[in-house]
Write a protein that binds this ligand. Structure first.
Ligand SMILES: CC(C)(COP(=O)(O)OP(=O)(O)OC[C@H]1O[C@@H](n2cnc3c(N)ncnc32)[C@H](O)[C@@H]1OP(=O)(O)O)[C@@H](O)C(=O)NCCC(=O)NCCS
Length: 184
């Protein structure tokens, strides 16, 4: 097993996790300009089409080739409905971290939790990861519910563990480990 994730397309129930492409630039820019996305993720402000293009064409491929992680579009019937990634991967510890946003036009259906379950279970069962974590600001209730619905366990709070545009935040720490799959 190498120190780079596989690049295959993952199928969920009614959605698909696949590489972003240049046709996603406008949807990524629009979703990343959204007020809720900007509230919880420290993305560039304003979020321009050029920022989306750089993310899709440079940053995401580099994350894969460097071994740092893997970026996937969450697609439903071909339309981009969100982005989920594996990041900050430690191949020695065999730990990686999931991050996500769901586009405003696709929220309210639990998509982040469903996509996190598919990606985490694949990382644990097929990609030699022992532990997958999700970190959410303690105020971000929708994201915490997504982590729980994906089968992650709340471990505690990393005080002042992250930052958003409005300042530093405490992070709720969730994890899923290999043996959680056996229990399920
Ligand atoms: C977090 C996010 C990905 C969740 O999107 P989603 O999968 O469509 O989630 P839903 O809207 O279906 O909500 C999931 C759950 O949270 C609940 N919820 C939604 N908004 C909420 C709020 N403001 N307060 C409390 N609960 C909320 C929903 O009722 C649902 O509960 P249920 O599981 O009991 O049905 C989405 O809100 C988003 O993109 N936010 C901005 C980016 C972000 O926060 N990323 C995560 C950073 S850690």
């Amino acid at each position: 097993m190498g120190s780079q994730f596989g690049d295959e397309v993952l199928e969920g129930d009614g959605f698909r996790l696949s590489p972003l492409n240049s046709g996603d630039i406008e949807d990524v820019a629009s979703a990343c300009r959204d007020k809720t996305t900007q509230r919880w993720l420290p993305l560039p402000t304003p979020y321009t089409a050029d920022a989306a293009r750089a993310f899709i064409e440079d940053i995401a491929p580099e994350m894969h080739t460097s071994g740092a992680g893997l970026v996937r579009r969450i697609g439903i019937a071909g339309r981009l409905c969100g982005v989920i990634d594996l990041k900050k991967t430690d191949w020695l510890v065999r730990q990686t971290e999931i991050g996500y946003w769901v586009a405003p036009w696709a929220r309210g259906c639990g998509l982040a939790g469903k996509a996190s379950r598919v990606l985490a279970d694949w990382a644990l069962s097929d990609q030699n990861m022992a532990r997958v974590v999700i970190h959410c600001a303690t105020g971000n209730k929708a994201s915490q519910k997504a982590a729980v619905s994906a089968g992650f366990i709340h471990e505690g709070v990393a005080r002042s563990g992250g930052f958003v545009h409005s300042g530093r935040v405490d992070l709720a720490v969730f994890s899923k480990i290999s043996s959680d799959l056996e229990l399920a």
